[in-house]
Design a protein around this ligand. Structure first.
Ligand code: SAH
Length: 356
């Protein structure tokens, strides 16, 4: 008992000292933090991550408005409910007016970032998306974020010159074996290539991973987190895996909210100035409390879903996604922020030192 206590204290000191001295946590340090069963240590980790968040990105919780404009997808990522393997799902694609109606609702709510997300829609006309981006940018002073998967350089260029400011492309896992098992017909190399291209083209670039994938343990997650640290990404979305009944991973267990929040906290220690959402998946697995836990352990962004009904339920990447009215979600976040000495920022909310 005494031995355990001594060990814990010195380990916790090690994390704190490493963080203060600016030295890097290595893969083994990170893996032992992720796998630790010591609650005292974990509380200290969360506290440190919270301090780093306050120091480097401040007290503000940044809000983003998300529009999931198409659930068509050419891929069959084993965890994802909108993959081509799901033949029972009704498919939809919003037209330009439907997208603009959702944009208007985002702007009316006060939010100044529009995230356009979709499956990798094989019928998506890149010129159509460019025209939507241009329409949004001329409609209001907002940042436009794309999250539409892997495309060619000329498409990324086209959208960037149409006015897109940011791009989210999660690496999902950096482990080559796990990646190849979960992504038939895709390659880790291409995903990495796309991420570098996006950075080169001047997008504020975000990536992220899934926690709780088959074959993934603390070592693999530690590897992901070190990849994030090296890549200097502007945004990092770390979310728990949620099993979808119509996918090959239907029987794989839910990810733990605890492990996800630990990964977010370590990511904050490694990537001090990145914007990190308390993802919707965190709120799905852990409820509002899960979201609050993430916001207290390093996260500083909340994504609010503005996809109109009935399409919001058809963007079925995982089951039981909360689909409360955006206004309610925003007011709940505001209540929580008030009670926790945080503020809610509606303005553009760029990555540090970046402009739109
Ligand atoms: N086609 C785009 C957007 C994908 S959907 C792209 O490839 O980037 C956005 C995110 O949903 C994915 O990056 C993935 O991390 C997450 N997601 C998909 N299925 C999930 C599941 N079953 N559980 C948790 N998150 C999931």
């Amino acid at each position: 008992m005494v031995y355990a206590r001594v060990k814990v204290t010195s380990f916790a000191c090690t994390i704190a000292e490493l963080v203060r001295s600016g030295s890097k946590l290595d893969k083994d340090d990170i893996a032992s933090i992720l796998g630790s069963d010591d609650q005292v240590l974990i509380e200290q980790l969360y506290g440190l991550a919270d301090q780093e968040r306050a120091e480097h990105v401040g007290q503000e919780i940044l809000l983003r408005g998300v529009i999931e404009f198409s659930n068509y997808c050419r891929n069959s990522c084993a965890y994802c409910g909108i993959g081509i393997h799901n033949r029972s799902l009704a498919r939809y694609r919003l037209d330009a007016n439907q997208v603009m109606d959702a944009v208007k609702r985002i702007v009316a709510s006060g939010i100044r970032t529009v995230v356009l997300q979709s499956g990798e829609d094989p019928y998506l006309d890149p010129a159509w998306l460019a025209s939507i981006i241009a329409r949004i940018k001329s409609f209001a002073q907002v940042a436009v974020t794309l999250s539409v998967g892997e495309w060619q350089e000329h498409e990324y260029r086209l959208w960037r010159s149409a006015g897109a400011d940011r791009y989210l492309l999660k690496i999902e896992t950096t482990d080559p074996l796990i990646y190849s098992k979960l992504h038939p017909g895709m390659s880790l190399e291409n995903r990495l290539r796309c991420l570098s291209l996006l950075q080169e083209l001047g997008y504020q670039t975000g990536t992220g991973n899934l926690i709780g994938l088959p074959g993934q343990g603390p070592q693999q997650i530690a590897q992901d987190l070190l990849f994030f640290a090296k890549g200097q990404f502007d945004m990092l979305a770390i979310g728990p895996f949620i099993p979808h009944p119509d996918t090959p991973l239907a029987r794989h267990p839910y990810s733990s909210i605890d492990l996800t929040v630990r990964a977010i906290a370590v990511a904050r220690l490694l990537c001090k100035a990145s914007n990190m959402p308390a993802t919707t998946a965190v709120a799905t697995v852990g409820g509002q409390q899960g979201r609050h836990l993430a916001l207290k352990a390093g996260a500083n962004v909340v994504m609010v879903n503005f996809t109109p009904a009935p399409y919001n339920t058809l963007y079925d990447i995982y089951p039981d996604r909360p689909c409360a009215e955006p206004i309610r979600v925003i007011s709940r976040i505001q209540d929580w922020a008030r009670a926790n000495n945080r503020t809610v920022l509606f303005s553009v909310g760029n990555a540090k030192d970046k402009k739109v």
